[in-house]
Write a protein that binds this ligand. Structure first.
Ligand code: SF4
Ligand code: SF4
Length: 91
């Protein structure tokens, strides 16, 4: 159907840093960290595709940047101790 990428229809793309994309507005579920279960392994920090897990200094507990977290749930899936649960955002 398309012979080269030049044949593709135009689409919207971002032209700035993803910091400017407030992807938190997409979210229907938000990650909530139970600090009693968190062992500070930082697996969530490594795998979050939106760089929305915040660790200020090594040894700190992680927190969530809810302006950019889009609620994909990857952090909850990858958290070994099960410290992150996805909770429905209020309508
Ligand atoms: S993956 Fe889970 S246990 Fe590890 S730092 Fe993140 S919340 Fe804590
Ligand atoms: S839900 Fe997705 S975007 Fe939000 S902190 Fe977890 S991995 Fe990152």
């Amino acid at each position: 159907m398309y012979e080269t990428y030049r044949d593709l229809p135009p689409i919207q793309i971002t032209t700035e840093s993803t910091k400017g994309n407030q992807t938190g507005t997409w979210r229907t579920f938000r990650p909530v960290i139970d600090l009693d279960k968190c062992d500070r392994c930082y697996t969530c920090w490594i795998f979050c595709p939106d760089v929305s897990i915040i660790v200020e200094e090594e040894g700190d507990y992680p927190s969530i940047d809810l302006i950019h977290c889009k609620g994909c749930g990857i952090c909850a899936n990858d958290c070994g101790p099960g410290a992150i649960t996805m909770e429905r955002e209020p309508l």
